[in-house]
Structure formats: C-alpha cells, structure tokens
Design a protein around this ligand. Structure first.
Ligand SMILES: Cc1cc2nc3c(=O)[nH]c(=O)nc-3n(C[C@H](O)[C@H](O)[C@H](O)COP(=O)(O)OP(=O)(O)OC[C@H]3O[C@@H](n4cnc5c(N)ncnc54)[C@H](O)[C@@H]3O)c2cc1C
Length: 351
C-alpha cells in the first residue's frame, strides 16, 4: 500500500483547500480530481484505514463494474486508488469521527473530530457513504461505566495494552487478529466466543489454536454475563459455559469485537437538509443546501441516483470543478485531458 501522510490526533488547526469526510472509494477518488485542479485535501474517517465499504465489508469480493477493470477486489480497488492519488499528497485523519461543523470568523468551514483534531477550509465534501462505521456493542448490563477506561471497541495504540490481562470477545477477523497481535505484549491473553466456530480467516483461527495448545493463551467457549470491577476498572468478567456453568475470568481489559454497523452519526446535526438520512444535492455540482458543502457517493440523493462506485467517481469530478471556483475564484477552470496535457502530467509526476 502507498505510504500515507497520517496526522496525529488532536492536531491543528490544519488549513487546507478541501475537507473530505469519508475515505471510502469516492472520497479517495475526489482527491485525484481535486488534485488535477491544484486543490489540496484532508480526509477524515472513523475507520483506521482507507477504503470504506470496499475495505471493511468486502475486501476480497470481486467487483465487475468498475470501468476499465474487468474484475477487481474491494481491497485491490482501494490500493489502486491510493496509488492513483499518491502524487497529490493528501493528509489523513483515521479512527476519528468528524463531529462538528462550524464557521470561523474568517468565513472558512471548521471541522472538529471527536479527538479534537481541527481542520479549516473553504470547501467541505461529505463522502460519508452509508454513514460512519460504529462498533456493535455487546448487550452486557452496565458496560457503559467501563467504556474507554477498561472496555475498548477499537484499538488506537497497541502499546497501551502492554502488560495487561486482556480478554478479547468475538469470533471474526478483528477479534482473532487482535488476539494474535496483542498476545506477545500482554501479561495474559484470553479469547471468549459464544460458539466453537469462527468467522475469521482459517489461518488466524489456526494460529490462535496453536497459541492455546502451547498455553500462551486461553480460549473460552462461553457467553459473557457480567462485568466485575469498580470505578470503570475491570477486575474480572463472569461468563457462562454450557457444561461448566458460570465462572469468572480475571482481566483488566475487555476488547469486544462484535462487528460494525453504519450510522449517519453527527452529520445529521450539521444543519444540512436531509431526506431519509441522505443529503439531497443538485446534479450539476453535487452541492448541498449549504453553499460550499458538497455531498458525493452513497450519502447523496437526487432523481435517478444509483448507489454505485462509478456514480460517485463522476460526482467527484463535477464537484471538483465547482470547488475550484470557490477556492480560487480568480482562476479560470480550463478543461484538459490527462492524455495530452503536459501540465496535468507534471502534476501527476509522469512528465
Ligand atoms: C457487499 C457489497 C458489495 C458491493 N458491490 C458493489 C459493486 O459490485 N459495484 C459497485 O459499484 N458498488 C458496490 N457496492 C456499493 C459500494 O461499495 C458503495 O457504492 C461505495 O462503497 C460507496 O462509496 P463511498 O465512498 O460513497 O462510501 P463508503 O464506502 O460507505 O465510505 C464512507 C466512509 O465514510 C466514513 N464516515 C462516515 N461518516 C463519517 C464521519 N462522521 N466521520 C468520519 N468518517 C465517516 C465511513 O466510516 C466510511 O469509511 C457494494 C456494497 C456492498 C456492501
């Protein structure tokens, strides 16, 4: 994968031309179209990597309707898009939710994330797809008291779990990957899953079972019933096993990985017109009810809209022309082909 310029949490205020909320395929391709017009972009995504639905929901499934690519997997398309936009040096803010939108005194848009990163720009592009991916929470009474203290649904810094008694819950790829990844730095590692069958990649399941056989970790086929601790700090988790009954597992960290669900989230409070959780736009510029805020990809709605990646690519191209006029009203937008324009080829680093 191309090397990405990832900004630290809580940084800024960053100044840029365009803030893109969502680093799915459509947000990524927008960087290309904006870049051809000399516009710089910052992208924010709640996921810890780019690719949106393609990378999160179907990385290995083949896509057959991307023009010019007879077959490409979700992850391959993401990797190819990252390669394609590399010349434009976008800045990425991962594992962060774009939470607030406001105006600066100077008339710029200011987007603030849930980790206090601040980005300011004259144009905002909402490429938020089906909404932000948020973790499915396990239905355990009182879990809120422990959240972000000793219960974590995502891992931002692996090092924070060094020397801890870790209990991972779940049977999918995230649960198995983090079990294997954190086991070497943990004081103790255990995995709890409600059934003796795993959805994760067979190689990861085998690796986990080898760790169990060598007594480097424990596996519990049981259901979590109760959390035990004080002031948000876990000391153990009570589980129920079909034959062994109820017992406690000592731990000071619980990491539940029960999958992700998509929610519109804070964008609903940005003050934009919404229609059935989608953002209505015009089909000339893909601008929302608020001038200089655009919406492209699965998140927008207009007569005849098709929720296809290729539609989002087209929308990104037209949005970029309009964004250019806002950021540089004094500059003429000249239509050019990448095949024949030496100035575009220079920007792409091929001349
Ligand atoms: C199983 C499956 C198969 C598919 N097959 C095809 C196919 O063959 N061809 C095709 O064209 N399409 C296909 N699609 C649809 C395609 O994946 C979507 O059209 C495409 O992903 C839309 O891209 P996007 O960038 O608009 O949104 P998304 O891919 O949904 O990306 C949006 C991103 O925005 C982030 N986000 C949202 N809100 C916030 C916020 N407030 N803060 C931070 N981040 C936020 C999300 O976390 C997400 O990463 C398929 C979809 C699925 C589920």
């Amino acid at each position: 994968m191309a090397e990405l310029n990832v900004a630290p949490d809580g940084s800024g205020p960053h100044k840029t031309d365009v803030i893109i909320i969502g680093a799915g395929p459509v947000g990524l391709f927008a960087v290309f179209e904006l870049g051809l017009l000399d516009l710089k972009a910052h992208l924010i995504d709640i996921l810890d990597r780019p690719g949106g639905q393609c990378a999160e929901l179907y990385p290995e499934k083949p896509i057959y309707d991307i023009p010019g690519l007879p077959v490409v997997s979700g992850q391959e398309l993401t990797d190819d898009l990252l390669k394609q936009i590399e010349p434009f040096g976008a800045t990425y803010h991962f594992s962060q939710m774009a939470e607030q939108l406001s105006r600066t005194d100077g008339g710029l848009w200011r987007v603030t994330t849930n980790y206090d990163t601040v980005i300011e720009a004259p144009v905002v592009v909402i490429a938020a797809g089906g909404g932000s991916f948020v973790p499915k929470k396990p239905p355990i009474p009182g879990i809120e008291e422990y959240e972000d203290k000793s219960v974590f649904y995502s891992i931002r810094h692996r090092g924070q779990f060094a020397g801890k008694k870790i209990l991972v819950a779940g049977g999918g790829d995230s649960a198995l990957d983090w079990t294997i990844n954190l086991q070497p730095i943990a004081d103790s590692m255990a995995l709890v899953h409600h059934r003796d069958g795993f959805r994760a990649a067979p190689a990861s399941v085998n690796e986990m079972k080898t760790l169990v056989e060598s007594e480097a970790m424990d596996l519990h086929i049981a259901k979590i019933k109760k959390l035990n601790g004080e002031n948000g700090q876990l000391t153990s988790v009570t589980v129920e096993h079909k034959e062994l009954g109820t017992y406690d597992i000592d731990c000071d960290v619980l990491l539940p990985f029960y999958g992700l669900t998509m929610k519109l989230g804070p964008i609903a409070n940005f003050g934009l017109n919404l229609k059935e959780n989608l953002i209505p736009v015009d089909t000339e510029k893909f601008e929302t009810s608020e001038p200089s805020i655009f919406a492209i990809g699965d998140i927008n709605s207009y007569p005849g809209k098709l929720k296809l990646i290729l539609s989002g690519f087209h929308e990104g191209a037209l949005m970029s022309q309009a964004a250019k006029r806002i950021v540089h009203p004094d500059q003429k937008v000249i239509f050019q082909y990448t095949t024949s324009s030496s100035s575009l080829q220079k920007k792409l680093g091929v001349k």
